[in-house]
Design a protein around this ligand. Structure first.
Ligand code: ZN
Length: 118
């Protein structure tokens, strides 16, 4: 039996519509977030309320890596995504989740680590 989460979708294209989840930094296309939500953050309900896609993801991110085995990858440990689904992740996002979405994280008792202010 495999361990860990099932793989997340990988982006179907690498064009301008790519977006990164502000909580877990998973990178997918806008359409993928809208259709399937975020595999790591189902509680953000991006597939149910499409405005949440705009609120919880950003087109502004730096770098992208693919992590196929988060539990064993040094990069995943460094990114603190060791327990997230395998997929494509960005190294850094510069925006924070809106207050409303932070509250959802708190209610769901999930960790949210805001980006460091420069
Ligand atoms: Zn996410």
């Amino acid at each position: 039996m495999g361990s860990g989460a099932p793989p997340a979708q990988i982006p179907t294209s690498f064009g301008h519509e790519l977006r990164a989840c502000l909580r877990c930094r998973l990178v997918k296309t806008y359409d993928q977030f809208r259709t399937n939500g975020c595999e790591n953050c189902p509680f953000l309900k991006m597939d149910e309320d499409h405005e949440h896609v705009a609120d919880c993801t950003t087109p502004n991110f730096t770098g992208i890596i693919s992590v196929m085995d988060p539990s064993r990858s040094w990069a995943a440990r460094w990114l603190r995504i060791g327990r997230f689904a395998p997929g494509c992740y960005t190294l850094a996002v510069s925006e924070e989740l809106p207050e409303e979405m932070k509250n959802i994280c708190e209610e769901e008792r999930v960790t949210y680590v805001p980006p460091k202010r420069v």
